[in-house]
Structures are given as structure tokens and as C-alpha cells.
Design a protein around this ligand. Structure first.
Ligand code: PEP
Ligand code: MN
Length: 346
């Protein structure tokens, strides 16, 4: 990691980047408020031999000791990453409420839910067109037809779209509508998919694998970051433990601990962790209070009729009351009100 002086010029930064590339390493500049830091990923010996300590504008050269480099807190000198995704801000003092149905079912269902989410202060809209189902006999999603409906929801509400990509063969149509591409828990370690998403450059919401450690989550994020895509949102969605009384164990300790480990924003998904509607609100409040940068939650106009994950979906008519409570909890943890981080409504 090459820390530039606060007085360093753009030419000096470019010079260091050129030197790093000259030994076959990649350079990942990060321009902070105070200083610019350049992550050099490659052979440590080769980079060391460049003697960059003496280059003009360089303050110091510090090794990043963690196995995750670009994701590490150290790379940003403790500064939090803040992303602007289609007008929705997340990270730092910005809290994002991401809401929508588990899966896209019909035009009416999608547009009605999107309207509810918008008016309740949500900043992004979620919905799956490709669904990773445990059973191959379950509904697998509407595919491209579903993506088109998400596009309609975006045109109508202005809310950025979060949708899952399972197979890189579907990347092109997904890129047409997705502002954030979700990588599901079951694909967290699909490294070829992560690399392609790194190259695609679109923000990624990376869900923690069912039995993955935080370090494994960060190493997965590193695959995306390494390709030059800086926009990775991490998502805690419940992990497997010995407990059988509920679906997954929502690991809320992951939030403050990830924030020590990484500058990337941390989102919590209480819906898939709980699998039960009654647990979703208390878990959301706890997640917001413990410092999550966002929540991704499922809601449906008529959960009993939902094609998938109905039992955990919040009832859309109750969503605004829920959102108001989550906002309060997030503000207790130092976040701005929801509307200050949501896209401006036209
Ligand atoms: C989802 O968000 O719809 C989903 C299937 O989540 P996960 O990958 O966390 O199970
Ligand atoms: Mn779901």
C-alpha cells in the first residue's frame, strides 16, 4: 500500500501507478478526502524493489498484512466507503432500505410493491428474476420477462434495482436493468462469477455463504475488487449453526466486526435469516441499531399468495410503519434520515 503525501499532485500519483504496472502488478488508487492511497497487488518482492518510498509525492509504503487487501480497512486509512447507486447513497452516514418481493411474479405485483416501497422511503427495489431454489421442482423465476417488469418498476418509481444473477450467461439482460447485481449466498464462492462481475463493473451485493466465515466473505469480495470494481456491498443473511429452532442464525456481531475489517458497506437481510415474518421487524431494528449500512427485506401485497418466501414477506400495507421504525433505529446508530439517502423523487 503506497500512501501519498497530502500535497501529492496527480502527476505524482500517475507516476507511482505507472511504476507499479511496470513490474506486472496492478494499481488500485483510492482517493480519500485527505490523502490518496494506492494499493499495489502483485509480487511483493517486485513492488518492494521499486523503492517507491523515495518516489516524489510518496509519504510511505506499508504492507497490508491481511489476506484481503483491497477490502481491508487499512487501504482507506479507516475511511468508510460511501457509494452512490443511481441516487441512492449507502455507507458512512447513509442508510439504505432495500425492499421488494422475493421474486417477480406479475406486473401488478411488482408495480404495486414498488409504489409501496417508494412511498415508505425505501431507497432501492429488490426482486428476483432468477431464483436459486433448494428444490429444482420449485419456481425458478420469470427470467427475462421478470427483468422487463423490474425495468418498468424502475421507470415508474426511479428506484434503483437490485436483482440476482446466478449464471454469467444471463449477464447481458441483467445489466440492462440492474443497478446492483446480487450474488446469492449459495454462489458466494463462485469465483468465475465473481470475476465476471468484477469486470462488468456494476455494483455487487454479495451475500455471505451459509457456512462462510467473515474472512471467506471478504476474500470473495476481493475477487470483484481485484478486477477494478470498487462497488461491493456485503450482506449478512444468516448462517448455519447447531440451532434448529429457527431457519438460520442471524449473525449480528458480523456487522461491527466487519466494519473493523473492511471499509465496504454492510447490509443485513433479516428475511432469509428468519424465514418467518414475525421475526423480521425485531431483527431489522437490531441490525440498524448495531450499525448496519442498510437492510434488504422482502415485502409482498398478499404474502399468502406469494409464489416464493410468502411466510417471511412483510405485508405491503404494513410496510410504511415498519420503515419508520427502522429509520429510528438507524438514526440511533448515527445514520441520516432515510430520505436524505434515497434518490430524489422526480
Ligand atoms: C434472495 O435474496 O432472494 C435469496 C435467495 O437470498 P439468499 O441467497 O441469501 O438465500
Ligand atoms: Mn426470498
Amino acid at each position: 500500500m503506497i500512501v501519498m503525501k497530502s500535497s501529492a499532485t496527480e502527476e505524482q500519483v500517475d507516476h507511482v501507478i505507472d511504476r507499479i504496472r511496470s513490474v506486472g502488478a496492478t494499481a488500485h488508487p483510492s482517493r480519500g478526502e485527505e490523502v490518496t492511497v494506492i494499493g499495489a497487488i502483485g509480487d511483493r518482492e517486485h513492488v518492494a524493489r521499486l523503492g517507491l518510498e523515495g518516489a516524489p509525492g510518496v509519504d510511505k509504503v506499508v504492507p497490508i498484512l491481511k489476506p484481503y487487501k483491497l477490502a481491508s480497512t487499512q487501504l482507506r486509512g479507516g475511511e468508510r466507503s460511501v457509494f452512490d447507486i443511481g441516487g441512492a447513497k449507502i455507507g458512512g452516514e447513509h442508510f439504505a432500505l432495500i425492499a421488494g418481493p422475493c421474486t417477480v411474479e406479475s406486473r401488478e405485483q411488482v408495480l404495486d410493491t414498488a409504489d409501496v416501497c417508494l412511498s415508505a422511503g425505501a431507497s432501492m427495489f429488490r426482486g428476483g428474476a432468477y431464483k436459486p431454489r433448494t428444490s429444482p421442482y420449485s419456481f425458478q423465476g420469470l427470467g427475462e420477462a421478470g427483468l422487463r417488469l423490474l425495468g418498468e418498476a424502475k421507470d415508474r418509481t426511479g428506484l434503483p434495482i437490485v436483482t440476482e444473477l446466478m449464471d454469467v450467461r444471463d449477464l447481458e439482460p441483467v445489466l440492462e436493468v440492474a443497478d446492483v447485481i446480487q450474488v446469492g449466498a449459495r454462489n458466494m464462492q463462485n469465483y468465475t462469477l465473481l470475476t465476471e462481475l468484477g469486470r462488468a463493473g456494476r455494483p455487487v451485493l454479495l451475500k455471505r455463504g451459509l457456512s462462510s466465515t467473515l474472512e471467506e466473505l471478504l476474500m470473495a469480495a476481493e475477487y470483484v475488487l481485484k478486477e477494478g470494481n470498487e462497488h461491493v456491498l456485503l450482506c449478512e443473511r444468516g448462517i448455519r449453526t447447531f440451532e434448529t429452532a429457527y431457519r438460520f442464525t442471524l449473525d449480528l456481531m458480523a456487522v461491527p466486526v466487519l466494519k473493523e475489517m473492511t471499509h465496504l458497506p454492510v447490509v443485513v437481510d433479516p428475511s432469509h435469516a428468519a424465514g418467518r415474518r414475525d421475526l423480521v421487524e425485531p431483527l431489522s431494528l437490531a441490525a440498524a441499531a448495531v450499525g448496519a449500512d442498510g437492510i434488504i427485506v422482502e415485502t409482498h401485497p398478499d404474502p399468502e399468495q406469494a409464489v416464493c418466501d410468502g411466510p417471511q414477506a412483510l405485508v405491503a400495507s404494513e410496510f410504511a410503519a415498519y420503515a419508520a421504525k427502522v429509520e429510528q433505529a438507524a438514526m440511533l446508530a448515527g445514520k441520516l434520515p432515510l430520505r436524505e439517502s434515497a434518490p430524489a423523487v422526480a
